[in-house]
Design a protein around this ligand. Structure first.
Ligand code: SF4
Length: 898
């Protein structure tokens, strides 16, 4: 390595042309594409055999067919198949326990592959085990190790018996062949150059030794004992608040530079999806393209790929509500605003039948079409054809369709190799496999590459440059503090400790080799850089504090590097402030006008009530008609609970005789109300229903007790139970009417008492209504009923339908208050709902307030100004929209910036 770049070591002239004199074998830490670009950069052509990999080289030497070599996914299918056999599985108790782990088959496959690469032949493994026995004692072989070896034997026997191969078998075969001599049919190169940043293990070493007896093998790899930051090069550590901030800093620098100069920058990142995500998001925000746009994590975030699988999940998971909602969202169906609330109201869990009829009838038709297409036991080939047909009909992007074409082809070929092509299975079976394979698949190739782009490299990647580009500014983002020793080399086959014990004598990879390989690679990067900036963070993505990198850098030979504490990036500073930006707190809309043909604008009592709580609530909930889409639950939604209780109370009062005795028991009234007002949004089930009904019955029993007491004392007669529609006509710039329907009107010898049922306990007292103009629905009923029935109103009250069963809030008058017979309330003299003034005086003050607020609503003047912040904002459904949730409370309870 002359100037540090491995490109200088690529034997371009020997390996190019139709008859290459040298072959290049690309191993870990180097990429074939990068090596090829060295040739292209030098303007030289090359053949496929000139640039190869270890498995491909073994295939060429042995003359085996490449399609008989199992891929990682196919190997996992073999292991699955073996463990699915009950007789086999019964012998693997430890593996049965481990099978619950995420990515179990992937880890199992990796362990079996890595384990078999650690010894060149069975007798060598015997020696390893003996040595472990000597050092560790009789417990040297753990039960899981014993099972893994048994399974590996069964796996290897099956693979050999089927005429198939995997990398360790292939390398062993090639080594044995080379021991017998150079294969006649293959022309011998003058040298083989191996580019790898990883120390080889016993099996690979044996292969290279066998090969080197016929051809010189020249190894090119980073050297941990050489290299480092050159004299005069500047190295800085910038410690930012988080890695997101650090990524922003890097992108700032690139944004300042011209695209032509991006080739003088390179950023190294670890294989952690979080770091790559932070970096790519920061780049995207600035419109900075990547030199290599293929993102290894793309299959995990690409919505188009995920959406393509959702129809299969919908059918495979028996139309689970969650899957159907995802499907609707992925299609962007406009009808979903109607369908989703109904799906939730029906509390659908799963099953196609649950979507029959009502507003969901069109959805049911579409789901049935999916069912017809994908349900039933199918072979993988049938399923893949149907899925591709579906993608074409749904107009999926061609990149997605072609990705799935090759994905299904590979999957089907693997099953063919395994002799499982004719296997029929339900969709869920295939779906699980599909998802597991997708998680490990290579993302689709990006069709276009930018002329200039930001170059991202992995930390394990060695520096290989097509052509030296002048001084390199090296950035290292998110270097893990435990990078040189953190990743365990242990697996199901050899534990990390066992590898360490064996590594001192044998060619077994342990953390010592891992540290040495990584050190060598990092030092190689330092060697080619003229300036190194390590971008670190104080905190991890999950909030944990990150350890210092100083110790790691000392291992790399960097002494006392300056650490600059940078804090947080300017882009995010404002989000750490005490106050956040709040949305507009005052909104003006066009005044409301009467509908065509109407002389007056109509306003409901509910709208007036919302507006009188907070003008913004009135705007969002009544004028804009926004509402929350609630998920089904095992508790009743508050509005549904209110409807059922209202209805049960009405049934109870209607059943009352002249002596005030109820003709229905609370439970009977509840059962009828339950039938007549469906419990929307409640997951069905006997236990859930019983649990909810016990709570409601308790409320109704309390109501009946209070009602009997009231009847005995006040001796009123029920005049209306939601059967009287009332209106209040008002004049203004535009004439308007407020309309509504009081829950209940009682007739007393001195006048009328109007009641409103509330299921929450946050009801206002009379002083709040009168002084603040707060909660004006009930006062409006007082005025409207007074005018409609032409009788005096002697009180308004809230009847709480909850365990408290309170009735002391409203507007009551001293004249009609007391414990004696004929009095409508029993309030204490200091109650805020008790007034000594005459009723007409109170009602006329309230009429003024009602008219004033109704006019403000009609004029389109809305302010974020709740009348009673502590009562309203806590449970307000639009607290996010108005910004209340983002305000910081001051000591007096009033938010800053309000
Ligand atoms: S959260 Fe408070 S301020 Fe905001 S709309 Fe609701 S009641 Fe009004």
């Amino acid at each position: 390595m002359d100037n540090g770049w491995f490109a200088d070591e690529v034997p371009v002239s020997e390996a190019s042309g139709l008859r290459p004199r040298a072959w290049i074998c690309v191993g870990s830490g180097f990429s074939r594409e990068d090596i090829k670009s060295v040739f292209l950069g030098a303007g030289r052509g090359f053949t496929a055999e000139a640039v190869t990999s270890l498995p491909d080289l073994a295939i060429r030497l042995t003359g085996l067919a490449a399609d008989r070599v199992l891929t990682g996914s196919a190997r996992q299918e073999v292991l699955r198949m073996l463990l699915a056999n009950r007789r086999v599985a019964s012998r693997f108790e430890e593996l049965k326990r481990l099978r619950r782990q995420v990515s179990f088959f992937r880890r199992l496959d990796l362990a079996i592959q890595a384990g078999r690469m650690s010894f060149a032949h069975a007798s060598e493994e015997e020696v390893y085990l003996e040595r472990l026995h000597e050092r560790v004692g009789p417990e040297a072989i753990r039960p899981v190790q014993r099972e893994i070896r048994m399974l590996a034997d069964a796996y290897e026997a099956w693979v050999r018996g089927s005429g198939l191969w995997d990398p360790p078998l292939l390398i062993r075969e090639a080594s044995e062949l080379l021991d017998r001599g150079w294969p006649e049919a293959i022309s011998r190169p003058e040298a083989i150059h191996v580019f790898s940043a990883q120390t080889e293990e016993s099996l690979e070493k044996a292969f290279w030794e066998a090969l080197s007896r016929h051809v010189p093998v020249i190894r090119h790899s980073p050297d941990a004992t050489r290299g480092g930051v050159p004299d005069g090069a500047k190295l800085t550590i910038e410690r930012w608040h988080t890695l997101d901030d650090a990524a922003e800093r890097f992108c700032d620098e690139l944004q300042k530079a011209s695209p032509e100069s991006w080739k003088h920058h390179a950023v190294l990142i670890p294989d952690y999806p979080g770091v790559r995500r932070s970096l790519t998001q920061a780049l995207m925000r600035r419109g900075l393209p990547l030199a290599e746009p293929r993102d290894p994590g793309r299959l995990r975030w690409d919505e188009a790929i995920k959406s393509a699988v959702i129809p299969l999940s919908v059918v495979g998971r028996d139309f689970e509500r969650r899957e159907v909602l995802k499907w609707l969202a992925s299609r962007g169906s406009p009808e979903r605003t109607v369908w989703i609330p109904e799906i939730n109201a029906r509390a659908i869990r799963q099953g196609l039948k649950a979507y029959v009829g009502g507003g969901l009838a069109p959805l049911h038709v579409e789901l049935s079409a999916l069912q017809t297409r994908f349900s039933g036991r199918k072979t993988l080939a049938e399923l893949s054809r149907l899925h591709l047909e579906h993608l074409n009909e749904a107009g999926s992007p061609s990149s997605v369709t072609s990705f799935f074409e090759s994905f299904w082809n590979e999957f089907c070929s693997d099953l063919e190799l395994l002799g499982m092509a004719e296997r029929r299975a339900p969709l869920l079976y295939w779906l699980e496999r599909l998802k597991a394979r997708l998680a490990e698949s290579t993302p689709p190739v990006e069709r276009s590459k930018p002329e200039h782009g930001v170059r991202i490299f992995r930390l394990q990647q060695a520096p290989l440059e097509a052509r030296a580009t002048g001084p390199l500014r090296l950035w290292i983002l998110g270097l893990p503090p435990d990078w040189l020793g953190g990743d365990s080399t242990g697996d199901f086959w050899w534990s990390a400790r066992e590898r360490e014990l064996l590594a001192s004598e044998f060619s077994v990879r342990s953390s010592v080799q891992s540290v040495s390989d990584r050190t060598g690679t990092l030092k190689a990067w330092f060697t080619v850089a003229s300036e190194v900036t390590i971008l670190d963070g104080e905190f991890e993505f999950d909030g944990r504090e990150r350890e210092s990198l100083v110790a790691l850098l000392r291992v790399l030979g960097v002494q006392e590097p300056p650490v600059l504490t940078m804090g947080c990036h300017a882009r995010r500073l404002s989000s750490y402030g005490a106050t956040r930006p709040v949305p507009p707190q005052e909104i003006r809309l066009a005044p409301l006008q009467p509908k065509t043909g109407d002389a007056r604008v109509e306003l409901t009592a509910t709208t007036l009530d919302r507006f009188s709580r907070c003008a913004f609530q009135g705007l969002a909930l009544q004028r804009w008609r926004l509402w929350d889409v609630d998920d089904p639950d095992v508790e009743l939604w508050p509005n549904v609970r209110g409807n059922i209780l209202h209805h049960a109370v009405k049934l109870l009062l209607r059943s009352r005789d002249e002596e005030g005795r109820f003709g229905l028991l609370p439970g009977e009234a509840l059962d009828r109300a339950w039938r007549e007002k469906s419990p929307k949004g409640l997951f069905r089930g006997r236990r859930v229903e019983n649990y909810v009904k016990v709570q409601l019955r308790e409320v109704l029993e309390k109501f009946c007790a209070k009602e009997s007491e009231f009847f005995e004392r006040a001796r009123t007669r029920t005049l209306s139970l939601e059967d009287l529609k009332v209106r209040l006509d008002c004049e203004g710039p535009v004439p308007f009417s407020i309309i509504g329907e009081p829950d209940r009107i009682e007739e007393h010898r001195d006048g009328l008492l109007i009641s409103d049922y509330k299921t929450s306990s946050a009801v206002p007292n009379g002083t709040e209504m009168l002084d603040l103009g707060y909660r004006l629905q009930l006062p409006f009923y007082a005025l409207a009923v007074k005018r409609t029935l032409k009788k005096p109103v002697i009180g308004i009250q809230f009847i709480e339908l909850n365990r408290k069963a309170g009735r002391n809030n409203g507007i009551f008058f001293s004249r009609f208050n007391g414990k004696e017979a004929g009095k409508i309330s029993t309030l204490r003299s200091n109650s805020k709902s008790l007034f000594t003034a005459e009723p007409d005086e109170v009602w006329s003050r309230l009429e003024e307030e009602i008219t004033k607020q109704a006019l403000r609503y009609l004029e389109g003047r809305f302010e974020v100004r709740p009348k009673k912040r502590e009562k309203e904002c806590r449970a307000c459904p639009v607290a996010d929209l108005c910004g209340a949730k983002r305000l910081v409370q001051q000591n007096d309870g009033e938010p800053e910036g309000a």
